[in-house]
Design a protein. Structure first.
Lengths: 142, 142
């Protein structure tokens, strides 16, 4: 499929043919359908994609836990999918979601709660939009 | 660093310590600073991050070409970085950019020009926001 016609088909065609990496995953970016902010970046395997499409709620594959994962299954902070898009080479998916509660396991609305700043003493992070929406200790208590 | 204090430091600290994968990369999502649409998903290695911070323009690492890549070096479609953010576990970066021309090598403004739809005959793609801003044959002509 690395012929020119193969590439054209992947980029210009309408066949759904995700290009999974060696671990069987594609990258998925979830943005808030209302505010458009990026909520999180995660991964989906074939089953996560299938379940997301079938249920209308986001499912991911956790590389650290090595398991399929319905977003919000523990916290209740589910993501209802408003739109799902594929990128040019079909190895990344963008979902626009209605986020219940917060996307980040740290309790913030988005996982991207720190800005990267160039400073005299080197690169540093600073908190921005970092208010906690929920207390992770209470939500993820065993 | 997989101790609880290590995780807390990565998630709640202000030290910039990107968690590179086995290939030395982190995922980077670029969104349009004006429209907030997702333009592309790509990767950065340590050098790409450093050059992006130093120059204020997006640099990436191309996995297919195995080389550092200044966005727009061939097409002129550079990305001026307005803000750069790190995610909770420091393995993904979100940049908000002012995009010259178009982000996608196919000529579209965004790489995400196809919607994923569930159909009776299975999952299909359909074009959306897929107008070409430039002619890739003209821009990338050798």
């Amino acid at each position: 499929m690395s012929t020119l016609s193969g590439i054209n088909d992947i980029e210009e065609g309408l066949a759904f043919q995700p290009k999974f990496d060696a671990a069987g995953l594609v990258t998925c970016v979830a943005t808030d359908a209302t505010t458009s902010e990026v909520l999180m970046v995660a991964h989906m395997n074939e089953e996560a994609i299938r379940k997301t499409i079938a249920s209308g709620e986001a499912w991911y594959y956790s590389r650290s836990r090595k398991s399929l994962w319905r977003k919000g299954e523990t916290s209740g902070h589910v993501q209802r999918v408003v739109e799902m898009r594929m990128d040019c080479d079909q190895d990344a998916i963008w979902i626009r979601v209605e986020q219940s509660g917060a996307a980040c396991h740290t309790g913030r609305r988005s996982c991207f709660y720190r800005r990267i700043d160039a400073g005299e003493g080197g690169t540093r992070l600073s908190f921005v939009d970092a208010d906690k929406v929920f207390d992770p200790k209470a939500v993820y208590r065993k």
